[in-house]
Ligand binder design. Structure first.
Ligand code: ADP
Length: 280
């Protein structure tokens, strides 16, 4: 496994395993000129479960899509950036995202997509086959697995999300919550080491939400979860990143970020009820 020198505090350094995710000074503009990410820096170590919170339009989904190379090459504007030392000028072709030390670029795209599983906010953006089993087996088949093996793995992953019974049904005949679980099964079938979830609990009923949270908790991958569900963040995550206007404005322990009412209010969020109650 790759090792890198990671800056800890002050002059203290230590040899540690490569970050599961590293993002350095990521800039992104959509083709229409919308500046969605402005110099995002972020490091996630293997095994962490990190929340990405922020108001609508903050850039959360845009950031997630970069992690498995779903968005075209970033645009980097030459500028002075603090992390590079005084006078550092970003190069237009400088890499910005690494997964387990591997740079996210067009050449590495197949390997990056094997390592990073992205569950979209809307299952209908993810499901496209005529049956559930075909959808879940698609990833492993695409990675070169034999059809019989891919089918067996797909069934096993459907079992993990409690949906073995719907294998031969059409995805569009399932409930929203079931479709979300099919998406998760499809991602699990690719055995990713980094799981990226975009609003995993949105539009789920309370029972569906609880089941999904339990399922996410049981998965051993490194996780980055973009969400407005701050109670889930308290439940699952050790650290929270607050993104607004394409910039990370806070990065800290969940209780510190979600427990700061002024910070939350300034960025369109509200302290979760259980923290309010806990504080009397
Ligand atoms: P979030 O996930 O935090 O709600 P997004 O990443 O979806 O934020 O959006 C960040 C910004 O990029 C917003 O200003 C949004 O309007 C803009 N945006 C998102 N998708 C596109 C697109 N396809 N074309 C142009 N602008 C977009």
């Amino acid at each position: 496994m790759t090792t890198v020198e990671l800056q800890l505090t002050g002059d203290e350094t230590s040899a540690v395993t490569a970050p599961a995710v590293k993002v350095l000074d990521l800039e992104y503009r959509y083709p229409d000129g919308r500046h969605a990410l402005r110099g995002v820096d972020l490091t996630i170590m293997p095994g962490e479960t990190i929340a990405l919170v922020g108001p609508n339009g903050a850039g959360k989904s845009t950031l997630l899509w970069h992690l498995n190379g779903l968005l075209p090459g970033k645009e980097r504007t030459p500028a002075v950036h603090s992390h590079g030392g005084e006078g550092h000028v970003a190069r237009n072709d400088a890499p910005a995202v690494w997964i387990e030390g591997l740079e996210v670029n067009a050449k590495n795209a197949p390997e990056i997509r094997r390592r990073v599983g992205l569950v979209f906010q809307d299952p209908d953006d993810q499901l496209f086959s005529t049956t559930v089993i075909e959808d879940v087996a698609f990833g492993p088949l695409n990675l070169g697995m034999r059809p019989s093996q891919a089918r067996a793995l797909a069934l096993e992953c459907l079992g993990r999300v409690d949906l073995q019974d719907v294998a031969d049904r059409a995805p569009h005949h399932l409930s929203f919550g079931e479709r979300k679980r099919v998406c998760l099964a499809g991602v699990l079938a690719c055995q990713p080491s980094v799981l990226v979830l975009d609003e995993p609990t949105s539009n789920l009923d309370p029972r569906g939400r609880r089941r999904f949270i339990q399922l996410i908790r049981s998965l051993p991958a490194t996780k980055l979860i973009a969400t407005h569900d701050l109670e889930m963040v308290l439940d699952l995550c050790n650290r929270a990143l607050l993104l607004d206007g394409g910039r990370i404005v806070a990065n800290g322990l969940v209780h510190n970020v979600l427990g700061d009412p002024n910070l939350l209010e300034a960025h369109g969020l509200e302290m979760p009820l259980s923290l309010k109650v806990g504080r009397g």
